[in-house]
Design a protein around this ligand. Structure first.
Ligand code: GLN
Length: 454
């Protein structure tokens, strides 16, 4: 079966793809990736294809250009399988916030695949592509990768251009990959990385041969175990599999070091203040005039002259176009930026961001990488956390810190729990040291029985 057929076969049930390009309009060229197929999260632009961002607001919006990362993959010979489902505007941890229906976890269809890049995680897990692109603002690659049993890599902020990525929180948003293998993650990263004049935050820094890091010895590397990531609330099977991963690294000659990241307890609050602030500003562009859905307000009371104010058009378009979670974030973000509260929330959160980043810089003086669980639990049930936003936000407890600090992080499958659900281990390294993630990832990764979900 081709990967296009695999995508099609599963879609009615899993809903991972919003669009599958069966008559593939993006033919491959000869190039380093000519054997590779790629699925693209529907928050990344592909010229002439729909770009919905999982939102009703952009139901009929077609992109006028292609995101730099996607263009580089196509240029290297990769073929695009389709666009994947996601939480609306990448806000969520379960993929239940998509305007186009939820996505199911192929390991247990009563459970969520994680979010916000749930469709991409499933696409990679079922073998509908070699690589699925995702975006990670606070864990949206690593958390669904852990829940679906694939490698999820969020490189350093600035490694991959954000041009063509619909912004959620611009100082956090990072493009990255899902794949069954570390090789495919490394090869696609080599192609996508590097400076892009269309994104001034993309880094002017050499792009290493990440795939070569896969044969690098890890002997002598110091692995930090941050105590704040091993407290209460971690499922026993998750704890055990992370412990096993640690032992594997020890057996390969790594030194285990106890580390503290003292500001960890502020990470979730810090993340949700800063990202909602940025989101409220970024999403102001969706007003029914410049982009997407325009809702015409009902006729004016008292038989008015039919003139509709601009403000009414904004209000109606935004009320109709956005889902509940997006509205919640816009309101929260507007509040933390408002006069009178700016100093108490936004400004203070920026200072805390610096302290959290400082924690990582200090930790990396004592170790070369950190090992943690990616998530405290395996995939939760559909509907389980939907009515409790705080419980949903707390699922990001181990992933948001890497985005706050901008450091690279990866989730690799380390086995299945006693009920057959995948568990992911998270590795975090210094800025621009993705190579260490690949070298360590290879040592702890466990081959999962993908044939059972194909
Ligand atoms: N789950 C987090 C949130 O809802 C992360 C989202 C993301 O990384 N895009 O904000």
């Amino acid at each position: 079966m081709t990967q296009f057929e695999t995508a099609q076969k599963h879609n009615a049930e899993l809903n991972a793809f919003l669009e599958i390009f069966d008559e593939n309009p993006f033919p491959s060229h000869e190039g380093p990736l000519s054997n590779m197929t790629v699925a693209v999260k529907d928050v990344l632009a592909l010229k002439d294809a729909r770009l919905t961002c999982g939102s009703k607001f952009l139901e009929n919006f077609h992109s006028l250009y292609t995101a730099t990362c996607v263009e580089r993959l196509i240029g290297a010979g990769a073929r695009i399988v389709g666009k994947t489902n996601m939480d609306e505007f990448a806000m969520g941890s379960s993929n239940e916030n998509s305007a186009y229906g939820l996505v199911k976890n192929p390991w247990d269809k009563t459970r969520v695949p994680g979010g916000s890049s749930g469709g991409s995680a499933v696409a990679a897990a079922i073998g509908a592509c070699n690589v699925a692109l995702g975006t990670d603002t606070g864990g949206s690659i690593r958390q669904p990768a852990a829940f679906c049993g694939v490698v999820g890599h969020k490189p350093t902020y600035g490694r991959i251009s954000r041009y063509g990525l619909t912004a959620f929180a611009s100082s956090f948003d990072t493009v990255g990959t899902f794949s069954r293998t570390l090789e495919d993650a490394a090869k696609s990263l080599e192609v996508m990385s590097g400076f892009d004049e269309m994104d001034s935050t993309s880094a002017k820094i050499d792009v290493p041969k990440f795939s070569q890091a896969l044969s690098r010895s890890v002997k002598g590397l110091r692995i930090g175990i941050p105590k704040e990531y091993f407290g209460e609330g971690i499922e026993p099977d998750v704890r055990k599999l992370i412990e096993d991963a640690k032992k594997k690294l020890q057996a390969k000659g790594c030194e285990i070091v106890d580390i503290s990241l003292p500001h960890t307890k502020y990470c979730v609050a810090d993340y949700y203040i800063l990202t909602t602030a940025e989101a409220s500003s970024n999403l102001a562009r969706f007003d029914g005039i410049r982009y997407g859905r325009r809702a015409i307000p009902p006729p004016l009371e008292g038989g008015g002259k039919g003139v509709v104010s601009l403000e009414d058009t904004y209000r109606h378009s935004r009320s109709e176009g956005f889902g509940r979670e997006v509205k919640r974030r816009i309101m929260l973000g507007t509040y933390v930026l408002s006069a009178g509260y700016y100093d108490a929330y936004y400004k203070r959160a920026q200072k805390v961001r610096r302290l959290i980043t400082q924690d990582f810089i200090a930790a990396f003086e004592k170790c070369d990488a950190l090992l943690t669980p990616t998530t405290p639990t395996t995939a939760f049930k559909i509907g389980e956390k939907l009515s409790d936003p705080l419980a949903m936000y707390l699922n990001d407890i181990f992933t948001v810190s890497a985005n706050i600090a901008g450091v690279p992080a990866m989730s690799v499958p380390v086995g299945l729990d006693s009920t057959g659900l995948p568990v992911g281990a998270q590795l975090i390294a210094k800025h621009f040291d993705e190579e260490t993630l690949f070298a360590l990832g290879k040592e702890i990764m466990e081959q999962l029985p993908y044939s059972s979900i194909e």
